[in-house]
Design a protein around this ligand. Structure first.
Ligand SMILES: Cc1ncc(COP(=O)(O)O)c(C=O)c1O
Length: 400
């Protein structure tokens, strides 16, 4: 093989400049660490008893030849199985929607569902109103279709209303896009107020429940459960990759929207269906979300999150608008947040270091995700280390 630097294409890419270069993180032996980095909020991959129960359920299915590892094809060809159908029925029932549809990832769900919804409409009449802090996957379709979004200030529904008043016209196709719990800010959207505003414009509301699914709302079914009864122009999206501990995405919607997507959504039509064994693992967790076992897990998660948020505020850390299990520590510039990340890691605490373009410039942060299996002792340890970081920083500042 020729020297890489002689290669035209490699040189082209080498010459690209990245303001905040990314690299894959080192794989750290998590055994001696406290993990505030994972999105496995319910501890599906770490709570031994839960893992054991899921393994038993899956082993039984495999031994009795009731489930396959691979779907073998798209749902519209060979890949439609009872595992997929029963999970979709369960999602629809618990979300209060007429039906549901599952996809291979949350990203694929957002990007391809949105594309399918928009691609057959007159572009001149489309108006997309979206929260400034929405996840990258929620922008993908608009970028691809060259459609401008009208962004409103983060979680500011008055601003949304003002923007609607200013830009929405009677013959427009109005879309409103938001997350129910924001993945980087940790705050919740007032969904009742949102649909009330939306109803004045007959808008199609698309709500991403990636970070709420499994932990928030009635029995952990998300913050949108019951919302379909109030507002039918609704598509609710979520992932299985976070609290469900697996991977994949879903939408809950009307039968008519599902049928439209079966006919237009390339991410559904032309992709091999989610692995049936994974679908069963997701089914196991989802079908148990209402049990005492899971409600205890959610209670613990919430108790630990409340303790950490309060303690950080008492120490004067900027946690922004968080009121959930996602807690940012906003340190503004990248050097500071990198130092904090390294310092925590040195003290056996694993977190996520979040920088632009994932978040706005000058809002670099440490993102803490609280999980059901965090103990109060681990939470106190985190606070103790952060308190020490404060006094260390003060000493350094004085010396300088
Ligand atoms: C709000 C939100 N939506 C969608 C996604 C994409 O989900 P997935 O990781 O399952 O592709 C994420 C993932 O980080 C997310 O945070």
């Amino acid at each position: 093989m020729k020297n890489n630097t002689d290669n035209f294409w490699h040189n082209l890419m080498l010459n690209q400049k990245f303001e905040h270069p990314r690299k894959l993180p080192e794989i750290i032996n998590i055994e001696n660490m406290i993990d505030f980095c994972t999105n496995d909020y319910l501890g599906v991959n770490t709570i031994q008893e839960l893992k054991h129960n899921i393994n038993n359920y899956l082993t039984d299915l495999l031994q009795n030849d009731n489930v396959n590892i691979g779907a073998t094809g798209s749902r519209l060809l060979s890949g439609n199985t009872y595992s997929h159908l029963k999970l979709e029925q369960l999602i629809a029932k618990t979300k209060g929607s007429e039906s549901a549809l599952i996809f291979n990832s949350g990203y694929q769900t957002n990007s391809t569902v949105m594309t399918a919804l928009l691609k057959n409409l007159d572009k001149n009449k489309i108006k997309i109103f979206s929260d400034k802090a929405n996840h990258a996957s929620l922008h993908h379709a608009f970028q691809n279709l060259n459609l401008k979004q009208i962004r409103y200030a983060h979680n500011n529904l008055e601003h949304l209303d003002q923007r609607l008043k200013a830009y929405a016209q009677a013959d427009n196709y109005i879309f409103i896009i938001t997350e129910s719990i924001f993945g980087m800010e940790g705050d919740k959207t007032d969904l009742l107020k949102l649909v009330q505003i939306a109803s004045n414009y007959n808008a199609l509301v698309y709500i991403d429940e990636a970070h709420a699914t499994g932990i928030m709302g009635n029995n952990g079914y998300g913050l949108t459960s019951g919302l379909f009864d109030i507002y039918p122009n609704l598509i609710v999206m979520g992932t299985f990759s976070k609290a469900l501990g697996a991977g994949g995405g879903y939408i809950a919607c009307s039968k008519i929207i599902k049928n439209y997507l079966l006919n237009t959504c390339s991410g559904f039509i032309y992709s091999t269906a989610l692995s049936p064994i994974l679908t069963e693992a997701i089914y196991y967790v989802w079908s148990n979300l209402h049990t005492e076992y899971f409600s205890q897990l959610r209670k613990n998660l919430n108790d630990v999150a409340v303790y950490i948020r309060k303690s950080l505020q008492n120490l004067d850390f900027d946690i922004g608008v968080s009121n959930s299990h996602i807690i940012p520590i906003i340190l503004k510039d990248v050097e500071k947040s990198q130092k904090m990340y390294d310092y925590l890691l040195k003290n056996n605490i694993k977190t996520s270091h979040i920088r632009p373009p994932t978040v706005a410039p000058n809002t670099c942060r440490i993102r803490l995700s609280i999980c059901a299996n965090h103990s109060m002792a681990q939470a106190s340890k985190l606070i103790e280390i952060l308190e020490m970081s404060k006094s260390r920083a003060m000493i350094i500042n004085q010396l300088n």
